[in-house]
Design a binder for this molecule. Structure first.
Ligand SMILES: [Zn+2]
Length: 182
């Protein structure tokens, strides 16, 4: 039998259930793990304090790539691996000069392309690629880069890194070399 009073009690129970469900969802989102991915990502994107002028090689880079590199650099340093950007953003003219040198060195435009892309195709000119060193620290980055969303791209360039994956997810398979682009 439904009276106005029963109906009101039923509504109250429903309201309590909704509130409890909302509290549970909020609690789950705050925890690490798959359900906490949103909250985790928000923490990953917290602003990074870049000491101005301290690493001029980061100038002109995509801010997300620079922020990811700084996080990885801090973790690498803690693990005993100093990590620096050896080449970051380049102008089209700089990229063309590198390409010209590579043609000279490798003997043909086709051979050079395996190592240096033309300005209009180079991620360095877009500010979305970095080369990192020293060589002793690259293995650490190969092992841990994906945790920071940093991925190696080419089999023949173990120093070339782009922000190709969401932090904590797998990187795409490696390309043989830059000639496989475009
Ligand atoms: Zn590169």
């Amino acid at each position: 039998m439904t009276t106005p009073q029963h109906a009101t009690q039923a509504h109250r129970r429903l309201l309590v259930l909704v509130v409890v469900a909302a509290v549970v969802v909020v609690a789950l989102l705050g925890r690490p793990g798959p359900l906490g991915a949103v909250a985790h990502e928000a923490r990953d994107r917290a602003p990074v304090d870049v000491p101005a002028g301290d690493q001029p090689e980061l100038a002109g880079l995509d801010p997300e790539l620079a922020a990811r590199f700084l996080r990885a650099q801090a973790a690498a340093a803690e693990a005993g691996y100093p990590l620096r950007v050896t080449s970051g953003a380049r102008t089209a003219a700089e990229q063309q000069r590198l390409l010209d040198e590579a043609v000279e060195e490798h003997g043909s435009p086709e051979a050079a392309r395996r190592w240096v892309l033309p300005p209009e195709q180079s991620a360095h000119v877009q500010g979305t690629a970095i080369d990192v060193g020293p060589a002793e620290s690259r293995d650490w980055l190969a092992d841990h880069g994906a945790e920071f969303g940093l991925c190696l791209v080419y089999e023949n360039e173990p120093w070339h890194v782009e922000a190709l994956a969401t932090p904590g997810t797998a990187c795409p398979p490696l390309l043989r070399d830059a000639a496989a682009v475009g």
